[in-house]
Design a protein. Structure first.
Length: 141
């Protein structure tokens, strides 16, 4: 397991950024590796389940996520166990100004299957990819 920590500042109010990012159905609008994202159950809060069809480094695989903590508009935690990259992700949101929000993701990721073969280079590759995708969030609104 290894950490991936990424942050971005978005020129939007915290409530708007939280509502958009915490609804994992929107991931396909800013995280290019997500093909489809659907809510399987719940209202978005604790216990809500999502399913995403994901592509990472050319490999397609499904991921099922469960929200384990939900504190609008400041924090969301979710996890996936049945993926090629099981992880726990903590999303934190901080209002820097009325229309400026810092969004930080701290994830603990495990590599399985073909990603495990990449060994020590997988973590830095994933961190770099996450930074690039976070940059896309600014224009996703």
């Amino acid at each position: 397991m290894f950490p991936v920590v990424v942050a971005v500042e978005v020129d939007r109010p915290i409530d708007e950024v939280f509502a958009f990012v915490a609804d994992l159905r929107n991931d396909d609008k800013w995280w290019p590796g997500v093909g489809t994202a659907v809510r399987l159950s719940g209202d978005g809060g604790v216990g809500t389940e999502y399913r995403q069809d994901t592509r990472l480094f050319g490999i397609r695989f499904p991921a099922r996520m469960t929200v384990t903590e939900f504190t609008p508009p400041h924090r969301q935690v979710f996890r996936t166990d049945d993926s090629l990259t099981p992880f726990i992700a903590v999303y934190e949101f901080e209002a820097l100004a009325p229309r400026l929000t810092r969004f930080t993701m701290t994830a603990q990721v495990t590599a399985r299957g073909p990603f495990r073969v990449l060994g020590p280079i997988f973590a830095p590759l994933l961190r770099r990819l996450a930074r690039r995708y976070f940059g896309r969030l600014r224009s996703a609104f």
